[in-house]
Write a protein that binds this ligand. Structure first.
Ligand SMILES: Cc1cc2nc3c(=O)[nH]c(=O)nc-3n(C[C@H](O)[C@H](O)[C@H](O)COP(=O)(O)O)c2cc1C
Length: 415
């Protein structure tokens, strides 16, 4: 009998929690986001829950100092520190394919992979903002198509460098100026895992053709079902086993013993956040000044799922399209959308452990996901609740592991 299909569960760690005011938690020092002990505590808690991996975002830009600081440590350096204090947890760092050199990136992630015994993964993103290009001295207009062309070439090159590591056979890619071989031995897991995030049409193709997993943003079940099918179809179209690419939608979580307490918890953290925070996030994702919209009307019809010129749109297309679809599906006014928008492009579950387990199970069993990338509200306490209250429910339903199946990240995903 084939082994039961089980969820992959990642922890997408956003500093000290998904809620913008999480840093004000009485259980945290305000500087926790740069404190190694905070990260180790969170990683060990994730490992106690037998989660697949810690996912870290990439913010390769210097924010306007008059704005809110981005505040993120560099992922591969941070993951190396975490590797030293964990045994099994996968370590997935996001690194831009647009603003990294493929040879240097391949060597850096393979180093992490060796140091962690085969637990490393690279989350490929193309990075949207032209501001970032300016930080790197790149002033060419890198529209989405150009960034995705480069993403395909860089991902292919990095993968070939990893597969050829230690053989001395050079990888030659003139268009990227690459003529190199990695002298390190090959990875304990064959090569580090390739993950990706970004769900525009081209992003879905890149995931299906090349990735071991994709971190998606889908606020509706319908959208998630369609996204899942498209990624798997891309895999099949190039002769891959569709199961070789795992589709992992993000979910933000606010969990409490009762639904009312969960809503109170959500309101509590909202009340501590800057009043315009959610509005600014929504403006950024839609590419529209939300403060100029009528709060008691639905989104105007000219705000479509796709912008007029998708290639030039300076944000993630998938975050925009899923948000617009979500608002239209539920006929939300702008005010209601702002209230329901706490996942910032990902769905948010505000409820009891049973409600969290039910939603995750229903998406998984409906064929909308192979697992999820979860974002607790405040760390580590929200993660502890997930580990102690939600994961046992999923285990009781036979949907999540009782023990790590293999020592490497890719080994587990193949199991
Ligand atoms: C779930 C998700 C996570 C992302 N994480 C990052 C990130 O950590 N760093 C980054 O520069 N861009 C990140 N991006 C943005 C993409 O790199 C960028 O917007 C690009 O345009 C691809 O997105 P798209 O295919 O949805 O348009 C993320 C996008 C999604 C959908």
């Amino acid at each position: 009998m084939p082994a039961a299909r089980r969820m992959i569960l990642g922890l997408n760690v956003l500093g000290v929690g998904q809620r913008p005011a999480a840093w004000q938690s009485e259980t945290l020092e305000p500087t926790a986001f740069i404190d190694r002990d905070h990260w180790v505590r969170v990683a060990r808690e994730a490992e106690r829950g037998l989660l697949d991996a810690l996912f870290l975002a990439d913010q390769p830009w210097l924010a306007d100092p008059s704005g809110r600081p981005a505040g993120a440590l560099e992922p591969t350096v941070l993951l190396a520190a975490v590797a030293a204090h964990t045994e099994q947890l996968g370590l997935v760092g996001t690194l831009s394919s647009t603003y990294n050199d493929p040879v240097e990136l391949a060597a850096r992630v393979l180093t992490l992979d060796h140091l962690s015994g085969g637990r490393a993964g690279w989350n490929v993103v193309t990075t949207a903002s032209p501001q970032v290009g300016a930080n790197f001295g790149i002033t060419d207009d890198l529209d989405r198509d150009a960034r995705y062309r480069r993403a395909h070439a860089v991902t292919d090159t990095v993968e070939r460098l990893w597969l050829g590591a230690g053989t001395g056979a050079p990888v030659v890619v003139p268009e990227l100026g690459v003529d190199a071989a990695l002298t390190l031995p090959r990875s304990p897991q064959g090569r580090p895992a390739i993950v990706r995030a970004g769900g525009s049409a081209e992003g879905r193709r890149l995931a299906g053709e090349r990735a071991d997993a994709v971190f998606t943003a889908e606020m509706t079940l319908d959208g998630a079902l369609e996204h899942y099918r498209v990624v798997k179809d891309h895999a099949a179209a190039v002769g891959r086993d569709p199961d070789a690419v795992k589709v992992l939608p993000g979910f933000a979580l606010v969990i409490a013993a009762t639904e009312r307490e969960a809503l109170e918890r959500y309101d509590h953290w909202e009340s501590l956040a800057p009043a315009d925070y959610t509005r600014d996030r929504l403006s950024g994702i839609l590419g529209v000044d939300v403060s100029a919209l009528d709060p008691d009307a639905q989104l105007p019809p000219e705000i479509g799922e796709l912008p007029d010129d998708p290639s030039a749109f300076e944000s993630s297309l998938s975050f925009r399209s899923t948000t617009v679809r979500f608002a239209r599906t539920h006929r939300l006014t702008v005010r209601q959308l702002l209230r329901a928008y706490g996942g910032y492009g990902h769905p948010i579950i505000i409820g009891t452990p049973e409600q969290v387990a039910d939603t995750l199970s229903s998406w998984f069993l409906a064929g909308a996901a192979d697992g999820f990338n979860l974002m607790p509200d405040v760390l580590p306490e929200g993660l502890t609740t997930l580990v102690d209250e939600v994961l046992p429910l999923l285990r009781a339903r036979g949907l999540f592991r009782d023990a790590y199946e293999a020592p490497t990240l890719r080994g587990r995903w193949a199991a």
